[in-house]
Write a protein that binds this ligand. Structure first.
Ligand code: HEM
Length: 406
């Protein structure tokens, strides 16, 4: 098979190249890919190896950052990224994760349930009088953004600004320039500063107040750490969950028997969410760097050589899942790696994302009658320009009717 430019977002414009990765898992499970500026990087394709790299944080580091940067130079450790949770390594990561965990306790997530249900009902009610919509922008984008705004404590009247900065700063839309992306980031930081100022005078019951007050072993987060975390939350929490919702809905429509099974028994939805996470895998990869020479699979890897772990490939590994290319909403998919494969960086928002997805799929499956795609061939639908996150830019839907919220 011809090598693919795996660093190039254009390689993913028709979705993840599953055939290519199946071939690699069988024949060359840890392989080298040339990169125009980095020289190259290793690619880990099997479930067991993705787990090993993710969990062995003694050897594999996230610093200076875990991003595969298109045709840009490799990340250098100039300290600029080291404030971001996902770019830290133990022991700094452990300390910061403990501090931000204070804002993600099971109780805080559970407390959001009523708000999430209200947002889901509102979003579906908004399209209920119609018989078609464009799902990404009319439904899926809003839910995670609103939920994070509720969690963090952004007032209603400011949310549109934050949503706009999130869209621009993450940069999956080619129309934004680097300058615009940086500017959106700066505005987001200034906004977080202002939120903290307000809470210094009067603490609120929200995540920003929790982060400001959190203290472990005499250490607390400084202003810049709070700003950076505020931005990471907006991006990590919204650009991912929306894709699970849209691609998940698309797959349910493509598998009418599975959709009907859920309609007949909504209690199957939590398990279905796990299988949809496995099957659609919204986050594609992250990079690690070994601090000493090591072996992954049977491949020797030298200290410092970039190693990319491919989650969609691990989630379709025949060694971990039977008939991995079949969507089976009743299977035990609990070993999927859509939120990471274990280890210190396992997704901080996993339980929140699961709750949002459960409630949204309950509404989609339970309320829409005669739900169909609004295009003949989903392969023609535009996808994100990204090698990090997989999803659709647009998803036209049509239906016969919408039931009122339960
Ligand atoms: C379907 C939705 C989501 C998916 C597929 C997803 C996936 C991931 C993955 C693959 C990682 C990296 C794991 C690793 O390196 O081991 C991650 C980390 C992270 N996620 Fe999520 N995520 C989702 C939703 C969310 C939400 C809703 C939030 C917050 C509100 C969130 C916040 C984070 C943060 C802060 C990290 C970094 C954790 C660390 O470095 O310690 N994610 N996520």
């Amino acid at each position: 098979m011809e090598p693919l430019e795996l660093w190039n977002p254009a390689t993913f414009k028709n979705g993840f190249p599953h055939e290519y990765f199946r071939h690699k898992r069988d024949n060359d499970p840890v392989f080298w890919c040339e990169h125009p500026v980095w020289g190259g990087f290793w690619n880990v394709t099997r479930h067991a190896d993705v787990q090993r790299v993710s969990r062995d944080s003694d050897c594999f580091k996230n610093q200076p950052n875990p991003f595969l940067a298109g045709d840009q130079p490799p990340a250098v450790d100039d300290g600029s990224n080291s404030l971001m949770l996902i770019s830290l390594d133990p022991p700094d990561h452990t300390k910061m994760r403990k501090l931000v965990n204070r804002g993600f306790t099971p109780r805080r997530v559970r407390d959001l349930e009523v708000k999430i249900q209200a947002q889901v009902d509102r979003l579906i009610d908004q399209v209920a009088d119609k018989t078609n919509c464009e799902m990404v922008n009319e439904i899926a984008v809003e839910l995670p953004l609103q939920v994070i705004a509720d969690l963090v404590g952004v007032p209603e009247e400011d949310r549109h600004k934050i949503f706009h900065w999130t869209e621009v700063s993450f940069g999956f839309d080619e129309k934004y320039t680097t300058e615009e992306m940086l500017d959106a980031g700066t505005q987001m930081f200034a906004y977080a500063d202002q939120m903290c100022e307000i809470r210094k005078k009067e603490p609120h019951d929200d995540l920003i107040s929790v982060l400001m007050e959190a203290e472990i072993d005499g250490e607390s987060l400084d202003q810049l750490q709070i700003d950076v975390f505020f931005m990471l939350l907006q991006n990590a929490g919204s650009e991912t969950t929306r894709n699970l919702i849209t691609t998940g809905t698309l797959e349910l429509i493509r598998h009418p028997d599975q959709m009907q099974m859920l309609k007949d028994d909504l209690s199957l939805i939590p398990n279905a969410v796990e299988e949809l996470l496995r099957y659609t895998t919204p986050v594609i990869q992250f990079v690690r760097r070994p601090t000493y020479d090591t072996v992954v699979g049977e491949q020797e890897i030298k200290a410092g050589e970039p190693v990319v772990i491919w989650y969609p490939s691990a989630n379709r590994d025949e060694r971990a899942f039977e008939n991995p290319d079949t969507l089976d909403l009743t299977r035990d998919a609990s070993q999927h790696v859509a939120f990471g494969a274990g280890g210190p960086h396992f997704c901080l928002g996993a339980s929140l994302a699961r709750l949002e997805a459960k409630m949204m799929f309950e509404a989609i499956v339970g309320r829409f009658e005669g739900l169909e795609l609004g295009v003949d061939d989903p392969a023609t639908l535009p996808r994100l320009h990204s090698s990090l996150v997989d999803g659709y830019v647009e998803l036209p839907l049509q239906w016969k009717s919408v039931k009122p919220a339960a």
